[in-house]
Write a protein that binds this ligand. Structure first.
Ligand SMILES: Cc1ncc(COP(=O)(O)O)c(C=O)c1O
Length: 411
């Protein structure tokens, strides 16, 4: 098949991922579950291992060599993440346990003195539960209200429906950049313009966009941006919370402890300024180092290349799936990021996923932590395939061939 751009040597990329060498059920692994978590290149695994083997130590406040080395690597990771997202003040990058943790920190912080009884938060109908539940908890505990941006018939977010949802009680717009179930991309420019026009803070859930496309936070200028390393070729248990300069100063802290302070007495504590104020306790040092290595991997490949490659995979997979009359595709679009959901008519997604596993093909089945979206689609779940830069057109063709067999088996 001819391609519209020069593929980087795909073998060269694949060789960097040890797990891609393994067999599953006697077959070559075809890993199409990248939306849940991506695989890790050797350089990330080695960076983590180097930290534990050579300079494992606690950070900040240590005068000995290992502690200085670990502190330097941790703060260098913050700097590298800031640069990856085009943020000039690295203090705006706060290391958290991941997207879910970051959203909870914002929700709990805002609930302290920015959200009042009767206030409203606007979310998208295809949010992940992680961008629903922290707000729902606030709404239930403190008398708030959630308003939901509907989807159009083609499952695209109906951004024209946002303004009618806005009132003088609206205190936040919190939307996912890319739907983890459909791969559809929210129109952030439009959403941002509404947030600016009505002076409403904007939170962007970048869990599914940061792995697939270049994100320029200087240009986007959200109030809050969150993502997880493990979906970006990095380790689990680490992610980030970006705060605008305003919120870096004004977001109330929701958890506290060692490392966040300037001075402590039993009478009063003076907190540190900047990122450290939000990072109590010993952070995930190895995680931050691995995260930084992962974005170096992405940056060296080139985010535009990566996006282009995944787009090619998505278009090819959608085209092949459309050819199968038994397949129902959701969120079919030329403009999407790395994720496709479908069902086989009259079959449970779980059965499809289990049978594909017999061929070494890893897909995700179920509601994908988007039950409100499943209710809208009127299905209990879908089969989801999601791509990373190491996936190939050949893997998609293999998957289609095996899917045809699965359809035959089930009918
Ligand atoms: C859009 C979206 N938001 C939030 C999350 C939660 O991410 P994590 O489990 O890394 O906190 C996910 C994970 O699948 C996601 O896809």
């Amino acid at each position: 098949m001819s391609t519209p751009y020069n593929l980087i040597d795909q073998n060269h990329i694949r060789q960097q991922f040890p797990i891609l060498q393994r067999k599953v059920n006697g077959q070559n692994l075809v890993y199409f579950d990248n939306g849940a978590t991506s695989q890790k290149p050797l350089r990330v695994i080695e960076a983590i291992s180097r930290y534990y083997s050579n300079y494992n130590s606690n950070i900040h406040r240590g005068v000995h060599t290992l502690s200085r080395e670990a502190t330097e690597a941790f703060e260098a990771a913050r700097k590298s993440l800031a640069s990856f997202f085009n943020v000039s003040n690295q203090q705006q990058i706060i290391f958290t346990a991941g997207t879910t943790d970051s959203i909870n920190m914002v929700a709990q912080g805002l609930a302290k003195n920015h959200l009042q009884r009767g206030d409203e938060i606007v979310l998208a109908a295809y949010e992940h539960h992680s961008n629903i539940l922290p707000w729902q908890l606030w709404a239930e505990e403190q008398g708030g209200k959630l308003k939901v941006i509907p989807l159009k018939e083609n499952q695209q977010l109906d951004v024209e429906a946002i303004e009618p949802l806005i009132s003088d009680k609206t205190k936040l717009i919190a939307v996912t950049h890319v739907s983890n179930t459909l791969g559809l991309i929210s129109n952030l420019e439009h959403i941002k313009s509404i947030s600016v026009k009505h002076h409403i803070p904007l939170l962007i859930d970048g869990a599914q966009s940061a792995p697939h496309m270049a994100i320029d936070l200087k240009a986007l200028e959200p109030d809050f941006f969150v993502c997880s390393a493990h979906k970006m070729y990095g380790p689990t248990g680490i992610g980030l919370l970006y705060l605008s300069e305003k919120w870096l100063k004004h977001l109330p802290i929701s958890k506290t402890g060692g490392g966040t302070i300037k001075t402590v007495s039993f009478e009063k504590t003076e907190y540190a300024e900047g990122a450290l104020r939000f990072e109590p306790g010993t952070p995930h040092i190895a995680g931050a180092i691995g995260f930084s290595e992962a974005v170096s991997f992405m940056r060296e490949l080139g985010m535009d290349h990566l996006h282009q490659h995944e787009n090619l995979l998505v278009q090819h997979a959608q085209k092949r799936l459309r050819e199968l009359p038994e397949v129902i595709l959701y969120g079919d679009s030329a403009h999407k990021a790395g994720v496709i959901s479908f069902n086989i008519k009259n079959q449970h997604p779980f059965d499809v996923g289990t049978l594909l596993d017999q061929y070494g093909i890893a897909v995700r089945t179920g509601h994908h932590c988007t039950q409100p979206l499943m209710n809208l689609l009127g299905v209990p779940g879908t089969v989801r395939i999601s791509f990373a830069v190491y996936n190939t057109l050949e893997e998609i063709d293999f998957f289609i061939e095996k899917l045809k067999r699965v359809i035959k088996m089930l009918n």
